[in-house]
Structures are given as C-alpha cells and as structure tokens.
Write a protein that binds this ligand. Structure first.
Ligand SMILES: Cc1cc2nc3c(=O)[nH]c(=O)nc-3n(C[C@H](O)[C@H](O)[C@H](O)COP(=O)(O)OP(=O)(O)OC[C@H]3O[C@@H](n4cnc5c(N)ncnc54)[C@H](O)[C@@H]3O)c2cc1C
Length: 389
C-alpha cells in the first residue's frame, strides 16, 4: 500500500502559519506530563472558583480541539474542512452531567445535530454519549441486572425513551448515528439498548452504529456473537471501531475491586485486537458498516489494504475513517485527497463543560507514546516546507 500520510502540504492545507505555530506550541506543551498535570489542576481550580481563565483556554486548547461553543459556531469549520473533502461529526461534548434537565438538553441538542446532518452533506453522522442521556450509576445497575426501585425504573424508562427518540428521528431523516463507547461498567446496558436500536432501524442498511472498544480483550467474541444474532434477526451491524479512551481508569477500578482488568495486557495485544475486529468486519461487509475511529497509521493502512484486496471502492458508503478535530490531520486530509470517506469529530459546547473532553485529549497525547512526537514532527516538517517555498 502506497504510504500517503507523510504529505504535510495536504495535511495542513487549511492551517495558516500562525495556526501552525499555535499547534506547535500546544503539542510541545502537552507533550510534557508534569505540565499537563499541573495545568489540569490549575484549570480545574480556576474554573471551580470562577477565575477569568475561559478566554485563555479558548485561544489555546479549545480553539485547536473544538469547533466552537455552539453548533452554529461549528458551521464555518465544517464548510472549510469540506472544501478538502473532509466531513464533520458535530459532537456535543458536555460531559459529567447528572440531572434530568441536562439529559433532556443533550437529547434536544442531539436531535438538532440530526437536523444539521439531514440538511448538510458535509455532516454524514450525528453522535451522542449514552451517559449524556442518563446517570452512569443507573446504566451500571441495569447492566448488572440489579433490582431497581420504582423511581429508578421510571428514570431508566426515560433514558430508554431518549435513546429511542434519537434513533427514530435519525431513521426518519435518514441520518447515521454513532453511539459512543464509555466505561465497561456502564457499557452492557448501553450495548443492549444499541442492539435493540439496530434491530429496529438497521433492517435495510446500517444507520445506528454502536462502538466497539478493542482495548477490551472480550470485544471480538462480542462482535461475532452480535453478528450471529443480527443474521438471525435480519439486520445490519453499524460499528465504530476504536481502541478505547479509559485505560487508566479501567485498570485502577479493576484493581480496587479485585476483578480481572478488562483491557488487553499490552499495546501490541490491543493493536492485534483492533486489526482482528477490522478484518472480521471487512470479511462480512455485506452485513456491516464500519466507522474506523483511529489515529493509528498502521490500522488505517490495513483498512485501505483490505478494501483494495476485496475490490471495495474507496468511497464505499459502508466504510468511513474518523479522526478527532485537532489531531492526525495528516491521516484525515490525505485520505480525503485520495478519495476515501473521512469525517472528523468536531466537539462543541461551553468552555467549562468541554473541559473533561479537553483534559482527556491532553492526557491522551501525553500518555500515548509517539502521538505527540508524531504531531510535532509533522508540524515541523510543514513549517520547513513552507520556509523553503
Ligand atoms: C473519531 C474517534 C471517535 C472516538 N470515539 C471513542 C469512543 O466512543 N469511546 C472511546 O473509548 N474512545 C473513543 N475514541 C478514542 C480512542 O478510543 C483512542 O483513545 C484514541 O483514538 C487513540 O487510539 P488510536 O487507535 O488512535 O491509536 P494508538 O495511538 O495507536 O493507540 C493508543 C490506544 O491504545 C491503547 N493502549 C495504549 N497503551 C496500551 C497498553 N499498554 N495496553 C493496552 N492498550 C493500550 C489505548 O486504547 C490507547 O488509547 C475515539 C477516537 C476517534 C479518533
């Protein structure tokens, strides 16, 4: 497979010199674990005590990783990226909310993003997080099949209604929906709900996509079992494949509670698992659709290779590559330039509510060996290329 991801001219074609310099500064900063640790504590402290830090957060990390504070703000970015063939997924990234009003607000916003997607071909998917619609503790209890009090049962019924409303609305508007994956202890209940939604709405094609976190060693067998049920009942599987974002949290909880860590024993084992999931889906592509959410170049090349081997055209509507806004532009823009379907998650929301998302990005770029180095190397190479020109 021809190596296409080193073309920095494509990768940064939409970045001005000053944006490139900001990205350089940012990745230099978040590459330093001690700085990220101190920065995270200071930011949390400042936001808690309402110190005026939102302006500086906006001008630095926020604007690099987010499309804006509202869905409307994002439209400029969406249109801009689409000039290079890169699509967007509007991601309402308000996290950690715990009350009914907030859950209803998230439902409303998700429905609105479905409207946006229905009206704009640059937005091929909507997305939501299950815990945006209900409490994580409730998902955990339902997943563990523990008895619910009557008020908990009512609360859960409301979560189910919210889930159904989103999927029904997506179906009515012919918009694809990605359901994000979260912590293992809430995931069983979310998986069951997602499966019911696929059974109901994926009869003709995959519209509803669940997420398979392949840093979990039990996910390939899960996918195969799900495939068996889907064949029996006659529906398509939509699946976003990711490695998984909660590794440290998962290991810590497993140790504290004394159960086996649900995460693969090494990075290599996760990589093998991811690639096995990808291969299984490609082998069964007539009954499935894939959104490969990854910044890993090898996995992206593998998917391209599998498509070629199977004679699947580059823009087959069942296969999408996905990256996060502000990361791995070398993958996104080069894939688009070569004719593949690619979409970037474009997070938005009020600065303080998006902080958990931003902190996860900073920590991820710090803890994942190689990622920050790779981003920096690409930025430096593009700066040098521009100087020479
Ligand atoms: C479009 C998109 C959507 C996403 N949606 C979700 C989502 O819904 N839910 C979610 O959880 N995450 C989601 N993620 C994040 C994703 O799970 C990864 O955290 C992130 O993309 C980094 O993994 P990678 O495949 O890009 O590549 P890499 O940089 O190659 O892999 C890093 C990942 O490998 C795994 N890993 C690292 N070290 C080890 C180790 N020692 N042992 C075992 N495994 C290890 C971890 O999962 C780590 O995040 C999404 C990412 C993208 C791009």
């Amino acid at each position: 497979m021809e190596k296409i991801f080193n073309n920095t001219e494509n990768a940064f074609s939409l970045k001005s010199n000053s944006e490139l310099n900001r990205a350089h500064f940012l990745f230099q900063m978040i590459g330093k674990p001690s700085l990220v640790k101190i920065g995270t504590s200071l930011t949390n402290f400042a936001l808690k005590f309402h110190l005026p830090v939102e302006g500086i957060i906006r001008k630095t990390v926020f604007d690099h990783f987010c499309g804006g504070v509202s869905e409307q703000d994002c439209l400029k970015v969406v249109a801009n990226m689409y000039t290079k063939g890169v699509s967007s997924v509007l991601d309402y990234s308000v996290e950690g909310k715990e009350d009914e009003e907030e859950f209803d607000a998230c439902l409303k916003m998700t429905l609105k993003t479905i409207d946006f997607a229905a009206a704009n071909k640059a937005i091929p998917f909507a997305v939501f997080k299950p815990t945006g619609l209900g409490k994580i503790d409730l998902y955990e209890k339902v997943g563990a099949k523990l008895p619910l009090s009557s008020s908990e049962q009512n609360e859960w019924n409301r979560v189910v209604v919210r889930f159904e409303k989103i999927c029904q609305y997506a179906y009515d508007n012919d918009v694809q929906v990605l359901i994000d994956g979260e912590e293992t202890w809430m995931q069983d209940a979310a998986d069951d709900l997602s499966e019911k939604m696929m059974e109901k709405f994926n009869t003709k094609k995959a519209l509803i996509f669940n997420t398979l976190q392949l840093y979990r060693w039990d996910r390939v067998p899960y996918l195969k079992a799900l495939h068996g049920r889907a064949k029996e009942k006659g529906y398509h599987i939509g699946m976003k494949l990711v490695r998984g974002a909660y590794m440290e949290k998962e290991a810590k909880r497993a140790e504290e509670k004394g159960y086996k860590n649900p995460i693969c024993s090494s990075k290599q084992a996760t990589d093998d698992n991811f690639n096995a999931g990808l291969t299984y889906m490609l082998d069964n592509i007539n009954e499935m659709a894939i959104f490969a959410g990854t910044h890993n170049e090898e996995s992206s090349y593998l998917l391209m290779e599998l498509m070629e081997q199977k004679g699947i055209v580059k823009n087959d509507p069942r296969i999408w590559f996905g990256q996060l806004y502000g990361m791995s532009d070398n993958i996104s823009y080069n894939l688009a330039a070569n004719g593949y379907n690619v979409a970037k998650y474009l997070p938005f929301g009020p600065v303080r509510d998006v902080m958990p998302y931003l902190i996860r990005r900073a920590q991820e770029n710090t803890s994942v060996a190689g990622q920050t180095g790779r981003e920096l190397a690409l930025i430096i190479s593009e700066r040098n290329r521009r100087k020479l020109n």
